[in-house]
Design a protein around this ligand. Structure first.
Ligand SMILES: *Cc1c(COP(=O)(O)O)cnc(C)c1O
Length: 379
């Protein structure tokens, strides 16, 4: 039996053709017409005015944070449960990350708690540069509650939509909720440029500044003139070609991931003590991009632990993983401040992500569902 992976790059002839076209066009250096086209197409899909293609999502987060003044003496508030890239970008700037707990339903940041956190920080004289919201596993944070609350307090929002391209909330696309928003095209994301990211915003000044910083802060002069420190963060034309190809197939790839989610939901419905993260009764995850399907075990009802379930699946050549280990539990962030209780820690202890890639066949998803059922299901 071939091994079933969590989320592999889904590469076809379409991708081959686009990349070949880029190579043959001679545009193999950084930048080029396919980068411009890629930025244009993603901005249009998401519904924002400007897009900047970058070497990674982490680079995009770094530039967004710099724009909002994150730096020494400032704090940035973000969820504890996220990929390390979100918090690391805060460290790059010299600001201090402040972590907030998750809500039970979908592991996204608890918005009420986030607002309390900001008020507490401000009342004790802390300088909050911005909030970074993360749309975990392809599902948007509750922006109807969050955005007005931040506006009233005059705090900018950075949306880390690295996992959420194609998701939406009340008809608005993920990647358009922040004053600056970030996408990732890393290898296992919903679409890939092998490695890459994008900064999105309606703010022309923000984008001009980010563009300048992303190309070593080169001044407009006939020679290489520099007055401040910049970065080498731009995307190459060859990788943008891969991005264009993947984008042409994105809707189809999301559809397949959604079908996998529906398959898992149906197969696992009879099991008491297992729930699909983010999916409540009567909900069909229509707004999710279904990047990864996660299940959460109820330790009162299911005797096997998440770690053992992952191990048992691995023995059957099925790759499953833990949810993101919360940042406040990471040795790197041991001294960081955390607001909230044990929700994200419990989700980490009891949650696993199931193989969800768009390249998986229905038979493979069915094999995973059967394996999970055989391990956790009723006799
Ligand atoms: C993948 C990811 C990133 C970073 O993107 P890279 O392109 O890998 O740098 C940031 N935040 C979250 C939540 C992610 O999942």
């Amino acid at each position: 039996m071939t091994r079933i992976h969590l989320s592999r790059a889904d590469i076809t002839k379409v991708e081959e053709n686009y990349v070949l076209e880029a190579l043959r066009s001679g545009w193999v250096a950084p930048l080029g017409p396919m980068v411009d086209q890629f930025e244009h197409d993603i901005a249009e899909r998401v519904g924002v005015r400007h897009a900047l293609a970058l070497s990674s999502g982490t680079a995009a987060l770094h530039l967004a944070l710099l724009h909002f003044g994150a730096g020494p003496g400032k704090v940035v508030v973000l969820p504890s449960m996220t990929f390390a890239a979100s918090a690391n970008a805060v460290l790059y700037t010299g600001a201090k990350p402040i972590f907030v707990d998750s809500q039970q339903s979908d592991a996204n940041i608890d918005v009420a708690l986030l607002i309390e956190t900001i008020d507490d920080l401000q009342s004790t004289g802390q300088d909050v540069a911005c909030v970074m919201a993360v749309d975990l596993f392809g599902r948007c944070v509750d922006y109807t509650a969050l955005r007005p609350a931040l506006q009233r307090r005059g705090i900018p929002l950075v949306e880390d939509a690295a996992e959420a391209l194609g998701a939406s909330q009340q008809g608005q696309s993920a990647g358009s909720f922040g004053s600056a928003s970030v996408l990732s095209f890393n290898g296992n994301k919903i679409m890939t440029t092998s490695g890459g990211g994008m900064l999105l915003s309606d703010d022309a000044d923000l984008m001009a500044r980010a563009r300048y910083l992303s190309t070593q802060a080169r001044q407009p002069a006939p020679w290489y003139e520099h007055t401040e420190m910049g970065f080498n963060y731009r995307m190459s034309n060859v990788l943008a070609a891969l991005g264009l190809a993947q984008h042409s197939r994105l809707d189809e790839m999301i559809k397949r991931r959604r079908a996998h989610r529906d398959h898992y939901a149906k197969a696992l419905r009879p099991v008491e003590g297992v729930r699909l993260l983010g999916r409540s009764a009567g909900d069909d995850d229509a707004d999710d991009n279904c990047w990864l399907t996660c299940i959460v075990l109820d330790p009162e009802r299911i005797s096997i632990s998440a770690t053992d379930l992952i191990r048992r699946l691995d023995m059957q050549d099925i790759e499953a993983r833990h949810l993101w280990k919360p940042m406040h539990l990471q040795p790197l962030y041991r001294d960081g401040r955390m607001y909230g209780g044990d929700t994200s820690a419990a989700l980490f202890a009891n949650g696993i992500t199931l193989p969800s890639g768009s390249e998986l066949t229905e038979a493979e998803v069915s094999r995973v569902a059967h394996s999970v059922l055989a391990i956790v299901g009723p006799e």
